[in-house]
Design a protein around this ligand. Structure first.
Ligand SMILES: [Zn+2]
Length: 324
């Protein structure tokens, strides 16, 4: 397969005024190609350019692409042991909050998940009383979510038809950075949202210490599938240009990216085996996040962890008119 590349201008319509931030490659699957991250000097938004076109990007999402694996809903009959384990877990999470999938306090209503994968989060929210729908780029994953009984559009957000009715909550966990057209996507979501809805998105934070330390070896950089590299500031501007107002940024209390980035450094220095062990941490480990929690808590306090979850609300029309 030939991967076609395209150069793109700043999606916020700024006059061309870019600086090169770094050049990197696909480290997740070691697929060929070199990619550059540029930063728009006018608005600060960073993007991958040139980048694979929407039609050829599939090359960089092989069948063993992490987020599609190991995320199936496991339906099980509760046993004494599993009930005990669940109680211990909820006790631990009373004190340890990784701040990852943080939601505003809301009564159950209608929810749309962008990038619902095989439906784990849809399943969780449906069990809490939410009427859930999903959009999923991978046909295989979308089918698994649809088999759970939910309405799921298989394909990119760009081609998703307008759903019946509007949503109280729209979420996207680590998805926005993968979109070729985040401006079009966020405007579309704005049209599908109730006037008092919430939009909740998690993305890597390119303003973090991790990014500054590791640059092209930052685990959350994930070239070339991450097309945008947001900071709280550029995220706020992007949302605002699409009819959303950034209300809150939650810095996640997790350092898995930092450990995996150290793995990339070690691998580059010839310590392949030990490096790989650290690289596998974000996908596989259950206890690392707990061990590193105190450090992650401090990092997050200063906005320096590698991932953030943002809350936004629609800007209503009267506000747009008043400000124009
Ligand atoms: Zn710009």
């Amino acid at each position: 397969m030939t991967v076609k590349l395209e150069n793109i201008d700043c999606p916020l319509g700024c006059a061309k005024n870019d600086e090169i931030v770094l050049t990197g490659r696909d480290r997740l699957h070691d697929l060929p190609g070199e990619f550059t991250v540029v930063k728009c000097r006018s608005c600060g938004l960073m993007r991958t350019s040139p980048r694979p076109t929407p039609g050829t990007m599939g090359f960089y999402y092989p069948d063993n692409y992490g987020p599609y694996l190991g995320t199936q809903v496991k339906r099980r009959e509760p046993t004494h042991l599993s009930t005990f384990k669940d109680q211990v877990k909820s006790l631990i999470h009373h004190f340890i909050d990784f701040n990852t999938m943080v939601l505003p306090p809301l009564e159950p209503g209608r929810m749309l998940e962008l990038g619902c994968a095989s439906g784990v989060f849809l399943y969780r929210m449906a069990n809490l009383g939410w009427d859930v729908q999903g959009i999923e780029f991978s046909g295989t994953a979308a089918k698994m979510a649809a088999d759970l009984g939910y309405s799921v559009h298989a394909g990119p957000l760009e081609t998703a038809p307008k759903p019946d009715g509007v949503f109280d909550l729209i979420v996207g966990w680590m998805v926005l950075e993968h979109l070729h057209d985040p401006v079009g996507g966020l405007k579309k979501l704005r049209e599908w949202a109730k006037p008092d809805a919430w939009l909740v998105l998690s993305v890597p934070n390119a303003a973090s210490l991790e990014f500054r330390l590791f640059k092209q070896r930052w685990y959350a950089l994930q070239l070339p599938t991450h097309l945008y590299h947001f900071t709280p500031q550029s995220m706020g501007q992007l949302l605002e240009s699409c009819g959303w107002k950034l209300e809150k940024v939650h810095h996640q209390r997790i350092l898995s990216n930092l450990i995996a980035s150290m793995g990339y450094v070690l691998r580059d220095k010839g310590f392949g085996k030990f490096g790989q062990m650290l690289i596998d941490v974000p996908e596989g480990s259950a206890w690392w996040p707990y061990l590193l929690y105190p450090l992650a808590w401090i990092f997050s306090l200063f906005g320096q962890t590698g991932r953030m979850t943002v809350w936004a609300r629609p800007v209503n029309n009267s506000t747009i008119e008043a400000s124009s």
